[in-house]
Design a protein around this ligand. Sequence first.
Ligand code: NAD
Length: 513
Amino acid sequence: MDKPTPKSANLFQANRDRAAPLLKKLRADGIGHMIDGKIVPSISGETFETKSPVDGATLASVARGNAEDIDRAATAAALAFKSWRDMAPAMRRKLLHRVADAIEDNADDIAVLECIDTGQAYRFMAKAAIRAAENFRFFADRCAEARDGLNTPSDEHWNVSTRVPIGPVGVITPWNTPFMLSTWKIAPALAAGCTVVHKPAEWSPVTADLLAKLAKQAGVPDGVLNTVHGYGEEAGKALTEHPAIKAIGFVGESATGSAIMKQGAPTLKRVHFELGGKNPVIVFDDADLDRALDAVVFMIYSLNGERCTSSSRLLIQASSAEKFIEKLTARVKALKVGHPLDPATEIGPLIHERHLAKVCSYFDVARQEGAVVAVGGKAHDGPGGGHYVQPTLVTGATAKMRVAQEEVFGPFLTVIPFREETDAIEIANDVRYGLTGYVWTNDMGRALRVADALEAGMIWLNSENVRHLPTPFGGMKASGIGRDGGDYSFDFYMETKHVSLARGTHKIQKLGI
Ligand code: NAD
């Protein structure tokens, strides 16, 4: 590992100094639910502990919500709905910009808390709050147009459509980059005029608590954004079953998505799912291989590989494979695993001991299947003794192996060589998932052909994943249902209503004469 430069050593210390009083307060206060504008314990009085992946230290005692708490929150969201829906869009816009201001004002606190709660490295979390604020600003500016519809006149009628918010909605989020992801769901829901009950992941409740408090501080009315903490099978399940909740925006595993669909069926919930991925990055031999290498490394080893859009399968054209893998191996060996608050760190500890065990189990799977663990393949002894893992590179894999089919969700890259364009497409599509695909080639015809053929909701050509908020975000197959972003989000959180006005001239059938 490189020695820290004085600048990075200073920032590391500054981050620790910033985190210390915040953590002290968190331990003293604990985390309660935000229901109807008040921080409250669970009705049952039950709590659970959230621990840091860095050293296993308890960060806070967290209220453990169940169906009773969800009922309170859903009732508050239902009561607040009418006035939030009917608030002038300009006023809603102003309030959502104020939330963005509050997030920006607290960006440094949010960054260090997110690092300690999730193990994500500071270099990636430093901007997470800024991106979250952008989500609020982007949708705040669209509050007025959210209602827009179409004018489709016919011979005898003037037909217009408009959109109205669907009602109180549930938002259920996972533990990877939880602050940014929850704003991605909550901001468009609020801009659309929906009220929200948020159930954050039990492994990362800290910044969800902060978001609820910042929204309240910014003047968002009581009951408009409620947060209930707890386990998926208790609070999460109850939220998906509650009759007052009209839709569920969910980000998480594919299996959980299936469970939510079942749970929501009796109350006919509308669902939007952003689920798992096993995304291919296809590198052809005519590509700019240096840029491709940068993108390949970034898209699987950033954010601890705990990233739905990670390019976890590298499909490399056989003619370039040897050289490319040699360079890739050197880069993976040089990745810096360390404390998440250290700005030099590229990979921090994984979120939880259970997740560490899951990721490590794939090292044996790779060996048993006859693939080669070329780099890594072990847990890592990092600062604090937390859930660190060595960044891992598996070569010599074939398309049907479990390491080429299953989502590992860690810093774990599986390399599969291919010969022709058609082989690459076949291998790329031969998985149950279909979230993203990345293609590297300087043959533009081929880039477009492959983009067309890939079964994935989002394709990047000669690029890593770069999010642009108006574009559709979401997956095909087991990777999801529905799209987020721009107007796509409003389609989910709103009902489209058709209004038809007769010109007064058309013939109406006369019965009973
Ligand atoms: P998870 O499915 O285990 O949990 C996600 C959330 O669902 C948590 O809040 C959890 O408490 C809740 N939950 C669990 N069971 C539930 C139930 N029966 N009813 C209602 N809620 C329930 O996922 P995770 O392990 O927290 O997150 C990792 C997964 O999320 C990965 O598969 C990853 O690919 C996926 N993900 C997808 C995207 C995307 O945009 N497609 C983005 C980020 C993460």
